[in-house]
Design a binder for this molecule. Structure first.
Ligand SMILES: Cc1cc2nc3c(=O)[nH]c(=O)nc-3n(C[C@H](O)[C@H](O)[C@H](O)COP(=O)(O)O)c2cc1C
Length: 162
């Protein structure tokens, strides 16, 4: 029998952390340089028109910087890109040091070797508690030859069961 728990921040984080997700890198080009972060709140919203969403923490300096560009590219990370994902979440470092990048058609940065990518233009931002829901219109997509996803579960990267 499951146990009902109180809803404090740590408990909620550990409960929603039991929802396994993929992981993406959401990146923009700001004044010619790449800016971005690891994001697992990404999901698809609508096929017609093609819309996607991710949640950016209101405290995120990275999102504040990216927002002005009005565009972002989502790189869906592949198995084996866990260290890169951690690097893209660190503060006070050059997140792109040693990271091979490619360009989406719009010029937004893509992570080389990612599973698939979506080139997006920001259409709406909704206030949602301590996060902002960022909705993007998908202007372009692509896939690579990599097939295995990076999976995030209970604060760790895990493999898919065969
Ligand atoms: C696996 C993983 C998933 C993450 N998902 C999100 C997310 O969905 N939204 C978010 O705002 N930050 C997310 N983060 C945190 C950001 O990558 C990063 O730590 C944050 O942008 C750092 O704060 P800054 O933007 O002020 O530098 C995630 C980090 C990791 C490792």
């Amino acid at each position: 029998m499951s146990t009902e728990l109180g809803i404090d921040g740590d408990t909620l984080r550990s409960v929603v952390g039991r929802f396994a997700t993929g992981v993406t890198a959401v990146c923009a080009r700001v004044d010619g340089r790449p800016v971005g972060m690891a994001v697992n709140s990404f999901t698809s919203v609508s096929l017609e028109p093609p819309l996607v969403v991710f949640c950016a923490a209101k405290t995120s300096a990275t999102w504040t910087e990216m927002e002005a560009s009005g565009r972002f590219a989502v790189s869906i990370l592949a198995a084996g890109q866990g260290d890169l994902c951690r690097q893209l979440s660190r503060k006070g470092v050059d997140r792109f040091e040693g990271v091979a990048l490619e360009s989406a058609p719009s010029g937004s940065p893509l992570i080389a070797g990612c599973l698939a990518w979506l080139d997006c233009r920001t259409v709406t931002c909704h206030d949602a508690g301590d996060h902002i829901l960022v909705i993007g219109h998908v202007d372009g997509v692509g896939v690579s030859e990599a097939v295995d996803p990076l999976v995030f579960y209970a604060s760790q990267f895990v493999g898919l069961a065969p």
